[in-house]
Ligand binder design. Structure first.
Ligand code: UT7
Length: 320
């Protein structure tokens, strides 16, 4: 696998902490000190699938390709209004990528999803079943939360990040984990009622539930373990890594993680202050921003690390 191009897209409406305090009992001071978030982008008039496609189009352009060159589209998405068709199939339609020889599918591994999907893309490329994969992580997390629950709604933003991946040996190591703990973060959508449903509580809708402190502790512990293990698996030292690109969940989580590594702190990149937690989109959006700013250069070594509902975690060492 090799990253040929990246792209990202965020909604046009920026919501500051002060703006949020008009909807829920919160303050800029609480949100800033507990999370590091100052603002986030939230979908208003945009169509979610168009945001995802826009990120994809930018990645295709950055790779110097045209949509017809793409022979597989994989999207990672936790939730959007379309249960079916997949987001990947919708993106294929919007970008005008003709079938039938461009398969499409969606994945869902929550906030750890970016690296899960990257590993799957690598497998398809390694085995020669694809030449140019368009891989998009797109999330509208702000539509999964209850906007009367201040403990969750202030945390999230919407975004899409995309990569065009081609053949190469730049995925140096990866690690995926899952520990069954369905109660720490979950969101249940309503399904259609049937005349055969019996018992109580089946399919009860529940906006996102989050055991914040538990997630905080698990995220810090898993990141330290996964980052060390994956770097060792790649046959490298931590000091060889140029950029650590972690899931942007909370600045305090990122600070707690980086304090445990004796490394220059600026190697841990972040944009949570401007974007909020955008779930699986957070890593590819940050990656794209830092590539376009010139911070990440060809040949640089990067570690990706994520954690989220499941409880799932993932890490990879990738050369840009
Ligand atoms: O992508 C993975 C998904 N999840 C995460 O990454 C979340 C990880 N966890 C966290 O980021 C933190 O645990 C939170 C930011 C969610 C919460 O921070 P905390 O320091 O653990 O706060 P808390 O939940 O213990 O709440 C402390 C107080 C409570 O008041 P009392 O009981 O002490 O009077 C809350 O009611 O803060 C109150 N509170 C708020 N106050 C103002 C909770 N949310 C808010 C709010 N504004 N938005």
């Amino acid at each position: 696998m090799k990253i040929l191009g990246t792209g990202s897209a965020v909604p046009k409406h920026t919501v500051t902490n002060d703006m949020l305090s008009e909807y829920v009992d919160t303050s800029d001071e609480w949100i800033t000190t507990r999370t590091g978030i100052k603002s986030r982008q939230i979908i208003t008039t945009e169509r979610f699938e168009e945001l995802a496609a826009l990120a994809g189009q930018r990645a295709i352009e950055a790779a110097g390709l045209v949509p017809e060159d793409i022979d597989f589209i994989i999207c990672h998405n936790v939730c959007n209004v379309y249960v079916t068709p997949s987001l990947a199939a919708l993106v294929q339609h919007i970008l005008g990528i003709k079938g039938p020889n461009c398969p499409t599918m969606d994945l869902n591994s929550a906030c750890a999803g970016f690296t899960y999907g990257l590993d799957i893309c690598d497998a398809f490329l390694q085995t020669g079943r694809a030449n140019h994969i368009l891989y998009i992580c797109a999330e509208e997390v702000t539509r999964m939360v209850d906007w009367t629950q201040r403990e969750t709604c202030v945390l999230f933003g919407d975004a899409a990040g995309a990569l065009v991946l081609g053949k190469g040996d730049n995925m140096l190591a990866s690690k995926l984990t899952s520990t069954p703990m369905p109660d720490v973060i979950y969101y249940r959508l309503p399904c259609e009622p049937t005349p055969f449903e019996v018992g109580e509580g089946i399919d009860t809708h529940k906006a996102m539930q989050l055991k914040g402190r538990e997630v905080f502790r698990m995220a810090v512990a898993s990141a330290q373990r996964d980052i060390r293990e994956v770097v060792e698996k790649a046959g490298l030292q931590l000091s060889d890594i140029d950029h650590f690109i972690l899931h942007q969940a909370n600045m305090r989580i990122l600070d707690a993680i980086k304090q445990n590594f004796d490394l220059p702190q600026e190697r841990f990149l972040h944009n949570i202050e401007r974007r909020g937690n955008t779930s699986s989109a957070s890593i590819p959006v940050l990656l794209d921003e830092k590539i376009r700013e010139g911070v990440i250069k060809r040949g640089d070594l990067m570690v990706f690390n994520g954690f989220g509902a499941g409880f799932v975690t993932s890490a990879a060492v990738v050369r840009y």
